[in-house]
Design a protein around this ligand. Structure first.
Ligand SMILES: C[S@@+](CC[C@H](N)C(=O)[O-])C[C@H]1O[C@@H](n2cnc3c(N)ncnc32)[C@H](O)[C@@H]1O
Length: 382
């Protein structure tokens, strides 16, 4: 069975059947049956290289090979096919039939109801009333402990948080220790995350970039995700950030090529994504700035992005790249939204937020990093 479209044709118009058939038939071969009579155009679609189809239609409409009545029919066919919004994608083609066959679940809605999607958030007490961020905090880089600064913000005033916390790897940050006992580390981190949840708007998102310290056997990404789940946040998903950096170490000493204690190596980090109260975020359609192509690529939860190359230049040991923040913000927020990074470091989040017309608040405990973040914003080309 192919997908069928019928377009009625007015008897009084003069269409060039053969010419139209010659344009479309070779294009779509057996996946596309095209039958043109004086009364209707009947199209049966299996799959279609839509970009090629679009190019051909544009050429035909622009050049003088068809009369106006024929062009009108070509335009109608183009619109009818473009208006089909449900299709699968296979080998660069749009697939119009059987594309979701293997995913068909009978009575899906009722079954979801019974299983209770994100049941762990059901008795949350999140207020649905969102507030404006006070002007003293809008478009600011503030120096201090995030826990202390966030306490000054009202509830529900931030649209999206994109951050990468200190990892407790023993890095040489300018103003903080990075080698605490894990329990102390998580206590401190979770106090700040608790404040992050409070200041987030209903429908707002938190995106945490985490790289577990595998050599300590602490699954930080799971522990952090568990914290948000216990605090009634919806786990929206996980993005695997593939850094392709293969020069990390191979084994623990003495365990080369032995099952004794092989050391697993990772070339990726995680982005854990959570929502407060609702999976849907309210926003004006005019403030969407992601392109169709980027949307299609970025909803696939594996992003290949090279690590930041300018860490020496900005004198910060653990930056994420601008591209990572750009994708997170364009996929999960609207223009003019308020973006918070409570561990803003050299200001990657705030620089990107400013570049793509979001409002921002960046907090870091180091005066040095805050100054770098301010300079980056001042020097960026917008
Ligand atoms: C992994 S880095 C973030 C780097 C940032 N994503 C960038 O691209 O530049 C973590 C940052 O958290 C900061 N930090 C640590 N403890 C903090 C706290 N209690 N409050 C605010 N910032 C803190 C550190 O100074 C460090 O710059």
């Amino acid at each position: 069975m192919l997908k069928e479209i019928n377009i009625a044709i007015d008897n009084n118009i003069n269409i060039e059947n053969d010419k139209i058939l010659n344009i479309f038939t070779p294009l779509f071969s057996d996946e596309f049956n095209f039958d043109l009579t004086n009364q209707s155009a009947n199209i049966q679609l299996g799959s279609l290289d839509y970009n090629n189809f679009q190019n051909i239609v544009n050429k035909v409409l622009e050049n003088g090979s068809l009369n106006n009545d024929s062009k009108y029919i070509v335009q109608q066919i183009y619109e009818a096919i473009s208006n089909i919004k449900s299709y699968g994608l296979k080998s660069g083609k749009r697939v119009y039939v059987d594309y979701n066959k293997e995913r068909k679940v009978i009575n899906r809605k009722e079954k979801e109801e019974k299983r209770q999607q994100f049941y762990y958030t059901k008795d949350n007490n999140f207020s649905k009333i969102n507030n404006e961020i006070p002007l003293d905090f809008e478009n600011k880089i503030l120096c201090g402990d995030s826990f202390e600064i966030l306490k000054k913000l009202p509830d529900n005033c931030i649209d999206i948080i994109v951050t990468s916390p200190p990892y407790n790897f023993g890095l040489d940050y300018a103003s903080t220790q990075d080698d605490n006992h894990w329990e102390k580390y998580f206590d401190k981190l979770f106090n700040i995350f608790q404040e992050c949840i409070r200041v987030l708007k209903f429908g707002g998102r938190v995106i945490i970039n985490v790289q577990p310290l595998f050599s300590d056997y602490i699954p930080t990404h799971h522990i952090i995700s568990n914290f948000f789940i216990q605090n009634k946040m919806i786990w929206k998903g996980e993005i695997l950030w593939e850094k392709n950096n293969y020069n990390c170490k191979y084994t623990a000493w003495g365990s080369w090529k032995s099952p004794s204690n092989p050391y697993l190596k990772y070339t990726w980090e995680f982005l854990e994504v959570f929502c407060k109260g609702d999976l849907k975020k309210v926003g004006d359609a005019d403030n969407i700035d992601i392109s169709v192509e980027d949307f299609k690529k970025w909803v696939v939860g594996k992003w290949s992005i090279a690590p930041e190359r300018n860490m020496k230049h900005y004198d910060h040991p653990a930056m994420f790249p601008e591209e990572l923040v750009l994708r997170a913000l364009q996929l999960f927020s609207f223009k003019n939204d308020i973006v918070l990074d409570p561990f803003n470091g050299a200001g990657t989040t705030t620089t990107v937020a400013k570049k793509i017309n979001r409002r921002y608040l960046g907090i870091d405990i180091s005066e040095k990093y805050c100054n770098i973040a301010k300079e980056r914003i001042a020097n960026s080309l917008f």
